[in-house]
Design a protein around this ligand. Structure first.
Ligand SMILES: Nc1ncnc2c1ncn2[C@@H]1O[C@H](COP(=O)(O)OP(=O)(O)OP(=O)(O)O)[C@@H](O)[C@H]1O
Ligand code: SF4
Ligand SMILES: [Mg+2]
Length: 372
């Protein structure tokens, strides 16, 4: 049986499927008896974010900015240190165990590394079928039929079920991971860097598969990614994270055309992408990201921001709503936008960026042709 389209997609399009309300996740570090207690790692700090039903929401930011931690907290794989996660209007902290089991089925994750995330000793049938075995009492042949159907859905052959992960390419293994996620008939899938370990041409195939599945099953997607070309292609909205906080949230075209936050502007200029041929040669952001155990006061970006003023060091900017369904956390975003029209704010993608995007798209066209 295929996962069924979510009937709520038609009846309640405006209701967020998943929300975080002032969610923090701080990791305390283990210390020996004689060592001084270290401050906790503030991986995620007071993040409020609503994931809209049926959208593809991207989480972007430098390594260590808290994307994966936020994703895991949203999926109830990690308990928040503070704040609430609301799924379908219900606070996960107050759910009874049987309801939480259903939430676990509804919210699935696929990982970056298809080589590491599949158990090498299990056959594909066992890997893909495990969620079905856990959650249902079907007969063996019914389960085999379901696994065969799922493998077909992700572009693999039912015969692949008897093979083992090492017999597959990276892209095929990612398809196996996606089939396993689909086995639970989820409503939302979080892809944590789902294509960044793959070749660019294979990335396009997996991105296309995720988009097809999203439409076929009425899924909501949350995609954690470094590769901005992938994000631009597949997401509806983008949340930009810096040092555990969301600094800008905007519809994808608006974010790429007029990034408002100085950090987003720097990210756009750097265009970090995973493929070596597409990598930008220079680091646009000065310095390293500060330690999340000792984040800067006021605006967390102030130690690297070219527009920093005294207020920034003392007061945290509000994450304010601005026109065009956007939110930004910067005291001076208006002044920066006005003063920088044409220089600080990038009104159109740079020529270098456009070249990289074209290259990505041509890889995609090639892979589409090869699929036909
Ligand atoms: N279990 C943990 N214990 C302690 N610190 C952690 C733990 N998990 C994550 N962190 C720290 O929290 C911060 C955010 O990590 P996270 O993995 O969420 O970032 P990320 O944005 O996903 O990075 P990347 O792009 O490298 O995957 C980092 O400083 C990381 O070292
Ligand atoms: S609040 Fe200040 S330091 Fe922070 S991004 Fe805005 S200008 Fe830069
Ligand atoms: Mg991560």
């Amino acid at each position: 049986m295929k996962p069924q389209p979510d009937p709520d997609v038609r009846v309640a399009p405006d209701k967020p499927i998943l929300e975080s309300i002032a969610v923090s996740k701080h990791f305390s570090s283990e210390t020996g008896l004689l060592q001084r207690k270290k401050p906790p790692v503030q991986a995620v700090n007071e993040v409020s974010l609503a994931v809209r039903r049926g959208e593809t929401l991207a989480l972007v930011g430098e390594s260590g900015s808290g994307k994966s931690t936020l994703g895991r907290v949203l999926l109830n794989l990690l308990k928040p240190t503070a704040g609430d996660v609301i799924y379908e209007g219900r606070n996960l902290a107050n759910l009874a165990p049987d309801k939480l089991r259903q939430v676990r089925r509804d919210l699935q994750i696929i990982f970056q590394d298809p080589f590491a995330s599949l158990n090498p000793r299990m056959s594909v049938e066992a890997i893909v079928g495990e969620p079905i075995w856990l959650h249902r009492d079907d007969s063996r042949s019914a389960r085999q039929d379901k696994v065969a159907e799922l493998l077909r859905t992700v572009g693999l052959a039912p015969e692949h079920g008897s093979r083992y992960p090492h017999e597959f390419s990276g892209g095929q293994r990612q398809r196996i991971g996606i089939a396993r996620a689909l086995a639970s008939e989820p409503r939302l899938i979080l892809g944590d860097e789902p294509v960044s370990a793959l070749d660019v041409s294979v990335q396009a195939q997996v991105v296309n598969l995720l988009e097809d599945l999203k439409h076929q099953f009425g899924l909501t997607l949350v995609i954690v990614a470094h590769g901005l070309a992938v994000i631009r292609h597949m997401s509806d909205r983008v949340a930009v994270m810096y040092l555990g906080e969301i600094v800008e949230l905007a519809p994808v075209d608006a974010l790429f055309e007029t990034p408002l936050h100085p950090y987003t502007q720097a990210l756009m200029a750097a265009v970090p992408v995973s493929h070596p041929d597409l990598r930008h040669p220079r680091a646009v952001l000065a310095g390293d990201m500060p330690s999340p155990s000792k984040p800067p006061s006021g605006c967390r970006f102030h130690t690297r921001c070219p527009h920093v003023r005294p207020l920034c060091r003392e007061h945290k900017p509000l994450f304010e709503s601005v026109e065009g369904e956007r939110q930004v956390a910067c005291h001076y975003w208006r002044e920066i936008a006005n003063a920088g029209a044409g220089s600080l704010i990038v009104p159109t993608p740079s020529a270098a960026y456009t070249r990289r995007l074209d290259l990505f798209k041509s890889h995609q066209a090639l892979s589409l042709e090869s699929q036909q």
